[in-house]
Design a binder for this molecule. Sequence first.
Ligand code: CP3
Length: 334
Amino acid sequence: MRREPVPYTPVWLMRQAGRYLPEYRAMRARLGFLELCKTPDAAAEVTLQPVERLSVDAAILFADILLIVEPLGVGLEFEKGEGPVIHRPLRSERDIAALRPIDVDAAVPFVFETARRVARALAGRVPLIGFAGAPFTVASYLVEGGPSRDYLYTKRLMYEEPEAWHRLMELLAAATARYLNGQIAAGAAAVQLFDSWVGVLAPDDYRAFVQPHMRALIRTLTPGAPVIHFGTGTAALLPLMRAAGGDVIGLDWRVDLDTAWATLGHDVAVQGNLDPAVLLAGPPYIRQRVKDILDRAGGRPGHIFNLGHGVLPGTPVEHVKALVDIVHELSDRR
Ligand code: CP3
């Protein structure tokens, strides 16, 4: 993240803890998803499972980007196999005017406790990465009520009620900064902002409706813990994301890593960017694709290997393990 020389390219995977892992599914047979997030012992165990099983170079805190919105009283639920549902979405200026600032410390003490336990258990072996949803992506769930294809309620609010939109983004940016700083205080060595769905915006809309809030948020983060700024579908937004902030820019698989890095400038680190679907193919093919990405990174300092988005449920665990080993082997500089 600091673009220092490394003995091999470090690798971790978004969603490295999750449904593709049998030990995760065993835990989920006992605890619901929200319950699991709220039980620090169990969440810490799930955070550590992929570190043991895969030899990845970082742990990512087990939590969710939507945990901090529960106190808004929007009725957050994770339905079986469906992902998150917000039962009372925020659709109007009135809904947003009625919101109170989120008391993050009261809302998610369990996340900070999980981070403390994981940091203690890791004892410096590999770093712990904390994370949060970026305000746009979190707002999109709050306004749509769940996942969406076209983000029409979100865009309507942005265009028709810009003051309400900016108020919502300010509220989320402030809560997110507090959430990430709490994770850093609890032992996270770095943090990632997931702006997973920001790629639905045109560059001018990003500039007007998102960038100022990302800039304000990232400026408020505790110095010393590097920030990874990630989104998908962001080919046209990368320079704007970089200008908003972050020590590392996360790339999805829809861009060539070398071209994207040149666009961003080599004075910022990059993370990515294997298509998660490649892990459905076997190790010989995975090897070709890893080699291609490492060639494009060209041995420059500041490349963190990752997928372009999270591990897909149903991915064979042996393929995920093979990926990590292949990255370490092919990038060995010793
Ligand atoms: O291993 C890790 O990466 C850490 C844990 C993690 C989870 N969610 C656990 C989780 C992280 C980093 C997230 C982030 C997250 N959550 C994002 C951004 C990342 C991305 O995928 O773009 C988003 C958009 C969410 C919201 C969310 N939570 C969705 C859309 C879903 C359902 C779809 C899915 O992929 O399962 C969740 C549920 C969720 N969050 C699960 C896990 C392991 C699955 C819960 C289960 O069924 O056991």
